[in-house]
Design a protein around this ligand. Structure first.
Ligand code: ADX
Length: 185
């Protein structure tokens, strides 16, 4: 896509809420439209850019500030970015918003601790409830929900595809991506 507009879809939500799943669908859809979108996923970032960081408030803040730094660099150069990290602290998300201004689009991927624990895709909630993992978001560590996100994905009721479609529609609405051309017969 020539002359793409840069923006950052900033996902926030509990582990297991659906951030990675939705981000993958949106990424696929944007790429299918010729976009140079990049994804910064918490689990992946922690394997490289943030390797060695843990889950204290200080380490999480460092992780999120690094993600915001890269998202800002890319998005201000016309590259669409999707970030998918828990990003539990409001103040640090607001810092990212401050830096990126209009380019920052906060997406609350919303599911309760109970539902995420029931899904327990990675088996981490079980360990967290037993106390085998300390400082686990939503169980033994805080999660500060965004008061005014641009978009909320209610993943307890919506399928990931529906959430992704909602995001695509929002981006089209704001003319950050071109509307899909009607299929020709
Ligand atoms: S963040 O708080 O710094 O934004 P991030 O999204 O990068 O977190 O990483 C969260 C992922 O790390 C979770 O999806 C989970 O797989 C794993 N994890 C391991 N320990 C914890 C913990 N104590 N709290 C939350 N997630 C954890």
């Amino acid at each position: 896509m020539a002359d793409e507009k840069g923006f950052t879809l900033w996902f926030t939500g509990l582990s297991g809420a659906g951030k990675t799943t939705i981000s993958e669908i949106v990424e696929r859809e944007l790429r299918a439209r010729g976009s140079k979108v990049e994804v910064l996923d918490g689990d992946v970032v922690r394997e490289n850019l943030s390797k060695g960081l843990g889950f204290s408030k200080e380490d999480r803040d460092t992780n999120i500030r690094r993600i915001a730094f890269v998202a800002d660099l890319l998005s201000r150069n016309g590259v669409p970015v999707i970030t998918a990290a828990i990003s539990p602290y409001r103040e640090i998300r607001d810092e990212a918003r401050e830096t990126m201004g209009d380019r920052f689009i906060e997406v609350f991927v919303k599911a309760s601790v109970e539902v995420c624990a029931e899904r327990d895709v990675k088996g981490l909630y079980e360990k967290a409830f037993k106390g085998e993992i300390k400082e686990f978001t939503g169980v033994s560590d805080p999660y500060e929900a965004p008061p005014n996100p641009e978009i909320v994905c209610h993943t307890e009721q919506e399928a990931p595809e529906e959430s992704a479609q909602k995001l695509i529609a929002y981006l089209e609405e704001r003319e950050l991506i071109p509307a899909r051309e009607a299929a020709t017969v």
